[in-house]
Design a protein around this ligand. Structure first.
Ligand SMILES: NC(=O)c1ccc[n+]([C@@H]2O[C@H](COP(=O)([O-])OP(=O)(O)OC[C@H]3O[C@@H](n4cnc5c(N)ncnc54)[C@H](OP(=O)(O)O)[C@@H]3O)[C@@H](O)[C@H]2O)c1
Length: 672
């Protein structure tokens, strides 16, 4: 679609830098400074103008991108709408709420699309942050701190006049306000506000509006947020565009509410009483382009739509800024009129929704991030799983360790799949953790349980025992831990609370030769017993661990509920490619246990080379090896740094050379 840029300053350059691979075609550029218009136009084969009316008379481009200075936005947008052009404008939509709403109404009346920056709620970091808000772990959000420290524009901006004219409220504050309005809906009242004129004496150029504003605002849906917007506090201050939200049960920190991409530490989460943990975005780094807003608007127009929803939100943000100014000058509370929030679509006022459960859909796409995390196709019937899960086994280098703090860290870091088992003996403690404040709602998690070898004839007792200890109604997947059956030793409840010898006697019964005391439970029959658990709703899916293809074929031959998950030991030494392909061809997801603990693996030079090339740790590559082929690794770790970095394995994109190098590690003779 042809478009015209109005305004050819610094921000226009940023928008223009994306034109090379954009469906938008820049036909014309207008700027009051004719030289500036000519320069930008010449770079892109567009026609320059110094007068907007001339441009609108001569050009038929249906979309105008309004990149003028803050105070000119409303006039330029109004002129373009009256000339029947769709408009996407830089923030703010206007400096006056009535004016902003009038623009929205004009667009609606004329059937035109109107959009406004920032569209930060669509960027990866902000969407990722919202997914935590939506999973119930924080309880009701009651309090927030939002910073918008634009800084001394006279020091860092080539052309600061526009900022000095409008102050920090109509520039920096628009980022957190837009995001908060998209998350929590309209603001009901400005409870208090103060505006200061702090500015260095040495500066010749002085702002025309207060340089620093503090306000406490209340959203109609409940949260109260203290906003600080400043031209005085340097933009390098510790809090720049940060947003911190506190709920009854935990806190969320977004280091930059205007971030164009999700860096590893952009989002952090603290469960109740726990320290903040970085919650890395699981998908590869994607930086949102400046042109994304206009392109989105153009796509809607091509589809025959004329959206103004983003503009209504932008108009409300202007109303909030106006109300903050009024509250500061009157020294009293200011309620926003119904008209000021009435411009918002009811859809926009919905508090963050609960995410669909990770295993509910039949595709493997993560809806919130919009990216498919793995390359090879797994048949459509496959359940959707997070790209990386967390292993809850207490075994570590031949010893039992306590995993509960690590499981808590993993929950905060954003793991959603947890691999438990009655053998691990810690289901009660995991259950207490899942039930405690700061944990996500059950629906946001994928919980795996496993029946141990001694319970093949007692799967119902084992499953019910595990569910009771975990305090849940059903597993997302219940797995047979091993195909081999050993003699029954009674229920295996609360193993971790028993002395080690007692645990081992219960779980590893031996005959007089010291060999495992096996019993004859046919695999097919055990599977059919598992199917009855599924029928009774005790598990949503079934699976099996440590199997061969032959054993899987035996199961599939008799199964009325086919396996949804196969869990096997796998790592670059043992890729198990044939089994993985067998599973994927049948819509069965493969989970790789023990992905890191193969002796020597993390010291392999090939792994190190690939890790260096991607700037990550070797362990992350060992996990990315699985993500890359659609297999879900479930690393365990007691180190919070490892827990966080392992989760980020899903962001690594391996190259063909990487795959070739990792393939050389395959060792058919590998044994632990
Ligand atoms: N179905 C089955 O039969 C079966 C069998 C075995 C395991 N599993 C499942 O698979 C899970 C994982 O297997 P696993 O327990 O054998 O452990 P693993 O994940 O293969 O390896 C854990 C070891 O790797 C280290 N590690 C983790 N992240 C690291 C990193 N980024 N850099 C360096 N070292 C790192 C850990 O040390 P730190 O603690 O210092 O990070 C720990 O020593 C188990 O918890 C269990 O859920 C299932």
């Amino acid at each position: 679609m042809k478009c015209a840029f109005v305004g050819a300053g610094a921000v226009a350059e940023k928008y223009a830098s994306g034109l090379g691979d954009s469906p938008l075609d820049l036909a014309a550029v207008c700027d009051l400074d004719a030289d500036r218009a000519e320069r930008l136009a010449a770079d892109h084969g567009a026609t320059p103008y110094a007068d907007l009316d001339d441009l609108l008379a001569a050009e038929s481009a249906p979309l105008v991108v309004n990149l003028t200075s803050h105070a000119a936005h409303a006039d330029v947008t109004g002129t373009c709408l009256r000339a029947d052009r769709h408009v996407f404008g830089e923030k703010p939509l206007a400096l006056d709420a009535d004016r902003a709403l009038d623009l929205v109404r004009t667009a609606d009346r004329r059937g035109l699309a109107l959009g406004c920056a920032p569209i930060n709620h669509r960027c990866d970091a902000q969407r990722h942050a919202r997914s935590f808000l939506g999973d119930g772990r924080f309880g009701p959000i009651r309090l927030g701190y939002a910073h918008a420290h634009v800084g001394r524009v006279t020091e860092w901006h080539d052309d600061p006049d526009s900022f000095l004219e409008v102050g920090p409220l109509y520039d920096g504050a628009v980022y957190p306000l837009s995001l908060l309005v998209s998350w929590f809906g309209p603001v009901e009242a400005v409870r208090s506000a103060d505006a200061l004129d702090v500015w260095p004496d040495r500066e010749n150029r002085r702002p025309e509006r207060p340089t620093h504003t503090e306000a406490t605002i209340r959203f109609a849906s409940g949260p109260i947020v203290r906003l600080t917007a400043s031209l005085y506090a340097p933009h390098r201050s510790r809090e720049f565009n940060s947003l911190e939200l506190h709920g009854d049960d935990g806190s969320l920190y977004l280091s930059d509410s205007g971030a164009l991409a999700a860096e590893r530490d952009t989002v952090s989460v603290a469960g109740a009483g726990r320290p903040y943990v970085a919650a890395p975005h699981p998908q590869p780094r994607r930086e949102r382009r400046y042109l994304a807003g206009p392109e989105r608007l153009a796509a809607a127009v091509r589809d025959g739509r004329a959206p103004t929803r983003g503009a209504r939100r932008a108009a409300h943000v202007v109303a909030v800024c106006n109300a903050i100014e009024r509250a500061a000058s009157a020294g009293s509370r200011v309620h926003l009129s119904e008209a000021a929030s009435g411009g918002l679509d009811p859809d926009d006022v919905r508090p963050p929704a609960i995410r669909p459960p990770p295993g509910d859909a039949t595709t493997r796409r993560e809806p919130d991030t919009g990216a498919d995390s793995v390359s090879p196709p797994v048949r459509d019937a496959a359940i959707r799983l997070p790209p990386v899960g967390f292993g809850c086994s207490r075994y570590r280098d031949g010893e039992y360790v306590d995993r509960i703090d690590s499981v808590a860290t993993a929950l905060d870091a954003g793991y959603r799949l947890f691999d438990s088992a009655e053998l691990y003996g810690n289901e009660t403690r995991i259950g207490e953790l899942l039930d405690s404040p700061g944990s996500p709602d059950r629906e946001g998690l994928f919980l795996i349980g496993k029946v141990w070898n001694t319970n093949h004839g007692h799967v119902a007792e084992a499953c019910r025992g595990s569910l009771a200890e975990l305090g849940i109604d059903a597993f997302d997947s219940y797995l047979l831990h091993w195909p081999e059956a050993w003699s029954y030793q009674g229920p295996l409840s609360d193993l971790a609370s028993k002395p080690v010898e007692a645990q081992e006697a219960l779980t590893f019964p031996t005959d007089s030769n010291g060999d495992p005391e096996t019993v004859d439970h046919r695999l097919e029959e055990t599977w059919q017993r598992l199917e009855r658990l599924h029928e009774r709703g005790l598990t949503r899916t079934l699976g099996v661990c440590n199997v061969s293809i032959q054993q899987l074929e035996r199961i599939v031959d008799v199964a009325s509920v086919p396996p949804a998950i196969v869990q096997i030991e796998s790592h670059p030494y043992r890729p198990r490619s044939e089994l993985v392909e067998w599973c994927h061809a049948r819509g069965v997801r493969v989970v790789a246990h023990s992905p890191l603990s193969a002796p020597g693996l993390l010291d392999e030079p090939v792994l190190r080379d690939v890790a260096d090339a991607h700037g990550v740790a070797p362990a992350v590559v060992a996990l990315a090896f699985h993500v890359d082929r659609g297999v879900v690794p479930i690393p365990a770790s007691n180190d919070s740094g490892h827990i966080v970095s392992n989760l980020a394995a899903a962001r690594v994109r391996l190259t063909a050379d990487d795959r070739e190098g990792l393939a050389t590690l395959e060792d058919p003779g590998f044994e632990r």
